[in-house]
Write a protein that binds this ligand. Structure first.
Ligand code: NAD
Length: 352
């Protein structure tokens, strides 16, 4: 029987509550699909600062590297707001992404039918099955380029190598092959030299994926098209800064922040899976957090790191079914059962 080693980084605030529900659902999926999971916990963020003085202890990096995948809750909170920048909980987050070489960030923007009314976009524009996957380059570009400041100016540099663009393009083409075989590469090639290299490199890689329909779009047009006609997209691949902005835009199309999952991948199988929301200190400890983004992150882990696509799909189907009757307070509407974080986890398990 296949056994997987998973490191849990529960983090701060609602982190432990939501990760506990995700673990419960993963255990249920393991039972149903005949595999086993072994867990190890490690410290990241504020809890790590409290215990060890730093947000990312070396032991945490070692444990993550030795596992098949990592599930992360969220980090941060006002208790650590006065820490210097490089010793804040969020520094641990950037640190673990760098230490694990996670260069590809995947953010699905999916509408669950029963939650359509939570979207700020009109029903007829979203349609019945809006499902976009944004693949964002995560360790290059302007966020990591040379920067500086003198008395009267400041600068940041957008720089990409062919190798960096090639590897993220391959992740995106592989993703498109598993979905509807349609890829949109987003750049600003009418203005930026780095975008012209990006576009040429994506075209070169496309020769290895003749079945994928590739088109190119300028980032300003893409920002507009995402709200004008989101259904035209399947997979979008783009640079670090453009992906940062577009993935936030696309995620809001789907409605509530408590529903959105994400994956960060390296070249190998190891990935880090986390909800896109933060540690929600305002509701921590109240038992009312929505665990679905973390549960859906587990589904992504089963699909992209653990090669258990049936289990992934079963979890997603269970979530969709439960949403027909039950809601945590953040997505509550009249006529539904209002449930706690733990009850939501139990309902998804029961449905599975
Ligand atoms: P947040 O995402 O934590 O919360 C924003 C709002 O959404 C809050 O009202 C919160 O109650 C609500 N919310 C978030 N997740 C929810 C869930 N699962 N269920 C129900 N409601 C939910 O963002 P913030 O308030 O700006 O940040 C709080 C802390 O989290 C800060 O310290 C910030 O730095 C940190 N943060 C961490 C991450 C991460 O760990 N990846 C990401 C973003 C923010």
């Amino acid at each position: 029987m296949q056994n997987y080693k998973i490191t849990l980084l529960k983090g701060d605030g609602i982190g432990p509550e939501i990760v506990n529900q995700a673990v419960k659902v993963l255990d249920k999926a393991a039972e149903k699909f005949s595999f086993t999971v072994e867990y190890d916990e490690a410290l990241l963020g504020g809890c790590a600062i409290d215990a060890t003085g730093v947000p990312l202890p070396e032991e945490t990096v070692a444990k993550c590297k030795a596992s098949d995948s990592v599930i992360l809750g969220a980090v941060g909170g006002s208790k650590w707001d006065n820490q210097p920048g490089n010793n804040r909980p969020e520094a641990g987050l950037l640190g673990i992404r760098g230490a694990l070489g996670l260069f590809a960030n995947l953010r699905p923007s999916v509408i669950f039918g029963p939650l359509k009314s939570a979207s700020p976009i009109k029903d007829e524009i979203i349609g019945d099955n809006m499902d976009i996957m944004i693949v964002r380059e995560l360790t290059g570009g302007i966020y990591f380029g040379e920067r500086g400041r003198d008395d009267s100016s400041a600068w940041d540099t957008e720089k990409y190598s062919v190798a960096e663009v090639e590897r993220i393009a391959r992740v995106a083409f592989d993703m498109a092959m598993k979905r509807n075989k349609k890829l949109t590469s987003v750049d600003k090639a009418n203005v930026l030299e780095s975008s012209r290299l990006w576009r040429q490199t994506v075209i070169n890689v496309s020769k290895d994926y003749p079945e994928v329909e590739l088109n190119h779009m300028y980032v300003d047009n893409c920002a507009m098209q995402l709200v004008r006609n989101p259904k035209q997209f399947d997979v979008i691949v783009t640079s670090n800064i453009f992906g940062d902005i577009l993935s936030d835009e696309a995620s809001m199309i789907a409605g509530s922040i408590g529903m959105l999952a994400s994956a960060s991948l390296s070249g190998g199988k190891l990935g880090l899976y986390e909800p896109i929301h933060g540690s929600a200190p305002d509701i921590a400890g109240k038992g009312i957090a929505n665990p679905l983004a973390t549960i859906l992150s587990v589904a992504m882990m089963l699909r992209y790191s653990l090669a258990q696509p049936e289990a992934a799909q079963a979890i997603e189907a269970a979530v969709a079914k439960v949403l027909e009757t039950s809601r945590t307070p953040d997505i509550y509407e009249e006529g539904f059962n209002k449930v706690s974080c733990e009850e939501m986890g139990d309902l998804v398990c029961a449905q599975l």
